[in-house]
Design a protein around this ligand. Structure first.
Ligand code: GDP
Length: 198
């Protein structure tokens, strides 16, 4: 898929205020610092798209971007913020939960994980939560340029083993590097295929 246009539409905290759900939508989520903004910018061929909505606290908002005028890319808040106070963390989770469970046009959630780390409890909890609600998701391993190729394979294998403790199969996954622009075509092709389905 070629990216012909990518524009910021709206940021908010309430799924009811999101754009009307008439186009297919794909959400990106992960622990803070996983490389989500970089990945969104890499996918859309922009340098600052994910940050153009930057306001203080933008990471705690649901950010909608319209791509090619025919699908939405959604930048969700990073989770697992150690610095987020209990009360705030709760609202934050509730906001994400409400969005994920009520957005009828959501085709897939991309769960981003850093290729260098073993499975983290909050990633695993989050995927189980998605699974229980039958919300489709894929895994995106980020920052693959930080590891030699042999280690990438080993890390994915390790991840697969951890996933198989809870799941019957490894979900669909992609490995990406925003720095090297790796994985872009694969992720966009996957979205393109899902966009074709009614
Ligand atoms: P976010 O908090 O998940 O949106 O993460 P950012 O996109 O802001 O990235 C967090 C840090 O990781 C920044 O210092 C980025 O430069 C770095 N980073 C993100 N993606 C990559 C990547 O693919 N390769 C490398 N080497 N660094 C990356």
């Amino acid at each position: 898929m070629q990216i012909k246009s990518a524009r910021f539409v709206i940021s908010n905290t309430d799924y009811r205020k999101c754009p009307s759900p008439t186009l297919p939508e794909y959400a990106f989520i992960g622990r803070s610092n996983v490389g989500k903004s970089s990945l969104i910018n890499m996918l859309t061929h922009q340098t600052k798209l994910a940050k153009t909505s930057a306001k203080p606290g933008k990471t705690q908002l649901i950010n909608h971007f319209k791509i090619n005028d025919n699908w939405y890319l959604v930048d969700l808040p990073g989770y697992g913020w150690a610095s987020t106070g209990k009360e705030k963390r709760y609202q934050f989770t509730k906001m994400i939960e409400e969005y994920l469970t009520n957005r009828s046009n959501l085709r897939c959630v991309f769960v981003l994980v850093d290729i260098r780390h073993p499975m983290q409890a909050n990633d695993s909890d989050f995927m189980l939560w998605l699974g229980e609600r039958q919300i489709p998701f894929c895994l995106i391993f980020t920052k693959t340029d930080k590891l030699p190729k042999s280690k990438i394979t080993a890390q994915i294998e390790r991840y697969r083993k951890q996933m198989l403790e809870f799941w019957e199969a490894m979900p669909r996954y992609f490995y990406t590097s925003s720095l090297k622009k790796q994985g872009r075509a694969e992720v966009l092709e996957f979205i393109h295929q899902l966009n074709q389905k009614n």
